[in-house]
Design a protein around this ligand. Structure first.
Ligand code: ATP
Ligand code: MG
Length: 595
């Protein structure tokens, strides 16, 4: 693996996959495998040298949508195991279905796997593959099965096929076409390939056992006729392999040792093994064959992770695109401000088990805060502003145009980042809810007669507020207590219970502030077949004007900050520009949903 590959935690929590691979590597199960340098059949690999990779894994997305948080789990699991055991992880586009796949998705997937910090380049080779490049082999393998009497062309209608498949209690019924000779089947299959038959008129089926208790072994379809232009192979083919046939072959051609997938494929494993064993017997593939291992899907509360449903949110305009910062896509989470390290940590900590797991979204925010706390520079921002007028400012500081300099560390634990400079003037922006005309019990901030400290500045005493004709508060008023500036000898002379953040009106940087919240109001938006659109959070996005301290004027897109008292924020990677800033709230300082 390349030096850029992240290695976040020295102690890796154990899981059944880690334990299994560790044992197999120790036993040398995969030690004597040749590798032809590129994917290929048994002869191709036999001609190569010893595989420099101890194990091979793969992440095999179908390019029919953007990657989401569930995929991050799978990516980190596969690339992480490869890294930890001296192996290689391939990025393979599982692009055998011509209709739903697009180049846009391919590009977005490549970008996001890289962004997460992973690299498919190893030993001088970029292990980036397309399943559609294996169509020739898949076709050859199908003819091989036919010649050995292990596959046949079935011309039953889809309804007949469904009826004859049986169910959990009834065995299936053999198709009348099942007893055709290999010669007849081969001729028929070639006609399918040559476009002599209509879409859906017939399929090629593996000939296994119509009475098998595992319905997946009741002669599964392996090839279908489909006239569709493929993003890679164009109009070369009008027959396409079924996923369950293509996937094991893809793994075997790439010499994958551990084919890790989610639990719903468990019942497919017998066919996976049946197919690869038959092709190995025929000399097309070589042992050791890939083995499939299933682990539980990762589900996150308040999030949906079905590409189809995410696409619906995009297509129907409920969000502004796949990379909307409220989307659980990796593109959206990146834009929202989540860091690759926080996603990797979430994936690592959630392990791998034999059951599907539900993770509270708050777990991700904990990982995010742990990451950003250490690295994000600090700043002051007033999110919901109201003006504060310091009515004795000119008397205390000599003139209303005087600017009283203040400073604060850019990061409390990182002195090397230096100091932020800002200044006091007669008018400041403060948070509207830092003032109360009539304070509730336990409210220690601004109310008439109370004193608070302006953080890094002076102590002030609130005198009241100004209102417009409709009674709306237009400004809060206060007086400066002289000789109380932070860092001066008089700073501790007056005791206060409250400290508030502020930004000088004379130097405030106005920003568009996007305050995001959960997209759904229910923890399991699509549970029990519920229409998830009925539980969309109507206030998942609030846009308003906020004010930032002057040091933030130089922020660049994707720079992340902790705004004191408020949480973590990021300059929007698409819309933020010097001179017209746009910030997104990533997460608060603590979880606001657990109360
Ligand atoms: P979707 O149902 O959203 O389309 P998928 O599983 O069909 O997801 P693929 O592109 O086929 O999407 O997935 C690529 C890999 O990511 C597969 O190995 C799949 O098992 C894994 N994966 C997808 N979702 C999750 C999840 N929620 N948790 C763990 N792994 C996942
Ligand atoms: Mg899938």
């Amino acid at each position: 693996m390349s030096a850029a590959t992240p290695n976040d935690a020295l102690h890796k929590p154990s899981n059944f996959l880690r334990t299994l691979i560790e044992r197999e590597v120790q036993e040398g199960v995969y030690a004597q495998r040749p590798w032809g340098g590129t994917p290929g059949d048994a002869a191709h690999h036999a001609a190569g040298g010893q595989d420099p990779a101890a194990v091979r894994l793969r992440f095999p997305p179908e390019p029919n949508g953007y990657l989401h948080i569930g995929h991050a789990k799978s990516i980190c699991l596969n690339f992480g195991l490869a890294r930890d055991f001296g192996g290689v992880c391939h990025l393979r586009f599982d692009d055998t279905n011509p209709e739903k796949e697009e180049q846009e998705y391919v590009d977005a997937i490549v970008e996001m796997v890289k962004w997460l910090g992973w690299d498919w380049e190893a030993n001088g080779t970029a292990h980036l593959y397309y399943a559609s490049n294996y169509f020739d082999f898949m076709y050859r393998a199908a003819e091989h099965l036919i010649e050995r009497g292990l596959a046949y062309v079935d011309e039953q209608t889809p309804d007949e096929m469904r009826a004859n498949r049986g169910d959990f209690t009834t065995p299936g019924t053999n198709s009348p076409f099942r007893s055709r000779t290999p010669e007849e089947n081969l001729a028929r299959f070639r006609e399918m390939r040559d476009g002599k038959h209509a879409d859906g008129a017939m399929v090629l089926r593996a000939k296994i056992d119509m009475a098998s208790p595992n319905i997946n072994l009741r002669d599964p379809a392996v090839y279908r006729i489909r006239r569709a232009t493929h993003h890679n192979t164009g109009d070369k083919w009008c027959i396409y392999p079924m996923y369950t046939y293509a996937h094991p072959i893809e793994d075997a051609l790439e010499r994958i040792s551990h084919s890790i997938c989610t639990l719903e494929f468990e019942d497919q494993r017998p066919f996976y093994d049946w197919l690869l064993e038959r092709l190995a017997e025929g000399g097309l593939l070589a042992h050791p064959l890939p083995k499939q291992h299933e682990f539980g899907r990762l589900n996150l509360s308040y999030v949906i992770t079905s590409k189809r449903k995410l696409k619906q949110l995009v297509d129907e305009g409920h969000v502004c695109g796949w990379d909307d910062p409220r989307m659980p896509t990796l593109a959206g989470m990146r834009r929202r401000g989540y860091t690759p390290a926080s996603l990797r940590k979430m994936a690592e900590d959630s392990g791998a088990s034999k059951t599907n797991i539900w993770l509270d979204y708050a777990v991700l925010d904990i990982a995010l805060r742990a990451d950003l706390e250490a690295i994000a520079p600090r700043g002051m921002a007033v999110i919901n502003p109201v003006k504060l007028k310091l009515t004795n400012y000119d008397q205390v500081f000599g003139s209303a145009t005087h600017r009283e300099p203040c400073h604060a560390p850019a990061h409390p634990q990182r002195p090397e980042l230096g100091q932020r400079q800002f200044s006091l003037g007669p008018e400041l922006w403060i948070e509207a809810d830092d003032f109360a005309e009539v304070p509730a019990k336990g409210f220690f901030r601004l109310f008439p007669g109370n004193k608070v400290r302006l953080k890094y500045g002076v102590i002030i005493e609130c005198t009241g507020c100004e209102k417009d004709a409709s009674g709306h508060i237009t400004a809060v008023t206060a007086t400066v207590i002289p000789d109380t500036k932070s860092g001066t000898p008089g700073a501790d002379a007056v005791k206060v219970k409250g400290v508030i953040t502020w930004v000088g009106v004379h130097e405030a940087v106005a920003t568009e502030m996007r305050l995001f919240d959960r997209l759904f109001t229910e923890a399991q938006p699509d549970a029990g077949g519920r229409d998830f659109l009925t539980v969309l959070n109507p206030v998942s996005k609030v846009v308003q004007t906020s004010y930032l301290e002057p040091s933030l004027a130089s922020a660049k897109a994707e720079d992340k900050f902790q705004f004191e008292r408020h949480g973590y924020f990021v300059a929007d990677r698409l819309d933020h520009q010097a001179g017209s800033p746009v910030f997104n709230r990533i997460a608060g300082l603590k979880d606001g949903w657990t109360k």
